[in-house]
Design a protein around this ligand. Structure first.
Ligand code: C2E
Ligand code: CA
Ligand code: CA
Ligand code: CA
Length: 277
């Protein structure tokens, strides 16, 4: 038998190990972040390129840790996708968007918010019911909520198609996100009845450069036009990119040239800014 002091020391050591393990487990951290509602949403304005009128915003999730640090989406969304926690995260993002934006969207039926969805969300169709319930009594029209889903999240084509059709029945529009970065973009376009494509930043970055991949973007635009899809370009950072996309007939865009992802109050101020400001 160990002397009592040794038992106490052992228990303390084990407790310290358990605590530090918990601190090191990313899924454990996400679980407590979800429990404490530490996730919040920024809104990046989406602009009509023709006249620079704001059409709406993309909702982008962030994590504010207890120590005050802000964690970007890339650092926890993929982990939550692998662990299955993305369902809870998606639900919290939807709830948050509706709380943040209910007044603005009810007052401005011409404005939409695009929410990002993952493979789990697109596979199950659960989000359609979730959105339907969450929108009840808010004064927000389903037309004001757009769905964004990456090609990767549409991999199970039959289930994704069912979700897209259900979304359309409710009145939502659906965009393929990061378009062109997957290995079979054209195949997805042929099989899925989407309304819009988001042209990935990696392609916008090539505009005005002599990168070999700069030949891709005219083809993407041509294809989207043939299929009558709305185009929204992401990651527009300079006037040359804007001029090119505008001349090519791309309808919408977002990027640091216009605005970074904004806190809800700043987005409303942006929306109401005097014309030409
Ligand atoms: P995404 O959907 O392609 O979102 C665009 C990303 O580009 C955002 O990064 C945005 O902040 C960034 N961005 C926008 N304009 C510019 C620009 O002019 N220059 C540069 N350098 N970057 C720009 P963010 O917010 O870090 O999000 C990263 C990714 O995480 C998103 O890529 C999306 O795939 C995912 N994500 C974000 N929020 C959610 C969410 O609520 N749910 C899910 N499932 N995924 C999300
Ligand atoms: Ca997106
Ligand atoms: Ca995107
Ligand atoms: Ca992207």
């Amino acid at each position: 038998l160990l002397p009592p002091a040794a038992v106490i020391v052992t228990v303390i050591i084990l407790a310290v190990i358990a605590t530090s393990r918990r601190r090191l487990s990313p899924t454990g951290e996400i679980a407590s972040g979800l429990h404490r509602r530490e996730f919040f949403v920024r809104y990046q304005p989406i602009i009509r390129l023709e006249d620079e009128v704001c059409l709406g915003a993309e909702a982008l999730v962030r994590w504010r840790r207890r120590d005050g640090t802000e964690v970007p989406a890339d650092q926890f969304v993929p982990i939550a996708e692998r662990s299955g926690q993305i369902r809870e995260l998606t639900d919290q993002v939807i709830d948050r968007v509706l709380v943040d934006m209910a007044d603005t969207l009810a007052k401005r039926p011409d404005i939409h918010v695009a929410i990002n969805f993952s493979a789990d969300d697109m596979d199950s169709g659960r989000i359609i019911t979730k959105l339907e319930n969450a929108l009840k009594g808010t004064g927000i029209q389903p037309q004001q909520i757009w769905l964004e889903a990456t090609e990767r999240s549409l991999m199970h084509v039959d289930r994704a198609r069912a979700t897209i059709i259900a979304a359309h029945e409710r009145g939502h529009s659906v965009a393929i996100d990061d378009f062109g970065t997957g290995y079979s973009s054209l195949q997805y376009l042929q099989q899925l009845p989407v309304d819009a494509i988001k042209i990935d930043k990696t392609f916008v970055d090539t505009i005005g450069t002599d990168a070999a991949t700069s030949i891709v973007i005219p083809h993407i635009i041509e294809m989207a036009k043939t299929l009558n899809l709305v185009m929204v370009a992401e990651g527009i950072e300079n006037a040359e990119q804007l001029a090119y996309l505008r001349a090519a007939g791309v309808q919408g865009g977002q990027g640091y040239l216009f605005a970074r992802p904004l806190d809800p109050g700043d987005f409303v101020a942006y929306l109401n800014r005097p014309r030409g400001a």
